[in-house]
Design a protein around this ligand. Structure first.
Ligand code: NAP
Length: 282
């Protein structure tokens, strides 16, 4: 590979912040950024878990700081940014990954207002407020930056999974991403999102798969590539969006989904024409 071209993907010396870095996709994204050369501030509520992520990040020869915070508490989110900027001088890359879904299995009319509020507060509101702080710091510094929000394929389509507040929050994240991309396009801040399909190896989905075992087979059957995502599948996507290789990419929702979004989750195996050899589907 032309080394100059490879440099397009390098993040050497950049300062990144990853939320939700105590588990699942956040750990993988912190790893991807570190492998590309970025120093990474990792945050979540569980201190020991982010200390582990920070140690893993440092094993790639870059710096890492673990700063615990509940990002739904404004004062903690603001303190997180203050500490991160004090430590690294600036933030070049912010990944808003922390999120969770409503696993009650209840229809919207039966869901508690408290649960609906908590999903919207973490997945949408904390993401919006974090984007705001990221932009304030990047604008004050004048050097531009990159914001990457973590949405979901469920931000684009409905599903039967009885998680209306999650769909609404992630749809909001998509809209927020597009609008902020426009607002900051002239100031060198790119705003994009990654929208995963169903991934295993994360706390959120492993609990869903454990509580409702049929979900795993159903989610797999609807993924054209025939398998669930794995945390390492998002590493390349986050590095691409964070790097100069994506310098003209903003307001984009990057689906990392094994083709799930191409069919809106309609794909199911086996299709009727495969299960009945020689017979046309219609
Ligand atoms: N896994 C999938 O199939 C999938 C599919 C589509 C989209 N996503 C999205 O990907 C992102 C990561 O999900 P995941 O599957 O990796 O889930 P996960 O393993 O459950 O990780 C969620 C992360 O969010 C953090 N978090 C939760 N509440 C928080 C709060 N109030 N303040 C700060 N951090 C908080 C958790 O850390 P603490 O508990 O330590 O605070 C944890 O690090 C989410 O936005 C999710 O919606 C996942």
């Amino acid at each position: 590979m032309d080394p100059e071209f490879a440099r397009l993907f390098a993040l050497d010396g950049k300062a990144a912040l990853v939320t939700g870095a105590s588990s699942g996709l956040g750990v993988a994204m912190a790893r991807g950024l570190a492998r590309a050369g970025a120093n990474v501030v990792v945050t979540a509520r569980r201190r020991e878990r982010i200390e582990e992520t920070a140690a893993m990040v440092r094993s790639f020869g870059v710096r890492s700081t673990a700063i615990p915070a509940d990002i739904t508490v404004d004062a903690e989110l603001e303190a997180l940014y203050r500490e991160a900027v004090a430590e690294y001088g600036r933030l070049d890359i912010v990944v808003n990954n922390a999120g969770y879904t409503d696993r009650s299995g209840l229809r919207h009319d039966q869901a508690s207002a408290k649960r609906i509020r908590s999903v919207i507060e973490l997945d949408l509101l904390a993401t919006a407020l974090s984007c705001r702080l990221a932009a304030q710091h990047m604008l004050a510094d004048g050097g531009g930056g990159v914001v990457i929000n973590v949405s979901s394929v469920l931000g684009r389509v409905g599903s039967e999974f009885r998680a209306a507040s999650y769909h609404a929050a992630k749809g909001g994240v998509d809209a927020l991403t597009r609008v902020l991309a426009l607002e900051y396009a002239r100031e060198g801040i790119r705003v994009n999102a990654i929208a995963p399909s169903y991934f295993e190896g994360t706390e959120m989905m492993d609990q869903v798969f454990e509580q409702t075992p049929g979900t795993r087979a159903q989610a797999t059957s609807r993924t054209p590539m025939g398998r669930l995502g794995r945390p390492e599948d998002v590493e390349g996507a986050v590095v691409f969006l964070a790097s100069d290789a994506a310098r003209f990419v903003t307001g984009h929702i990057l689906y990392v989904d094994g083709g799930w979004g191409a069919g809106g989750g309609y794909h199911q195996l086996p299709p009727p024409w495969e299960s009945e050899p020689g017979k046309q589907a219609w």
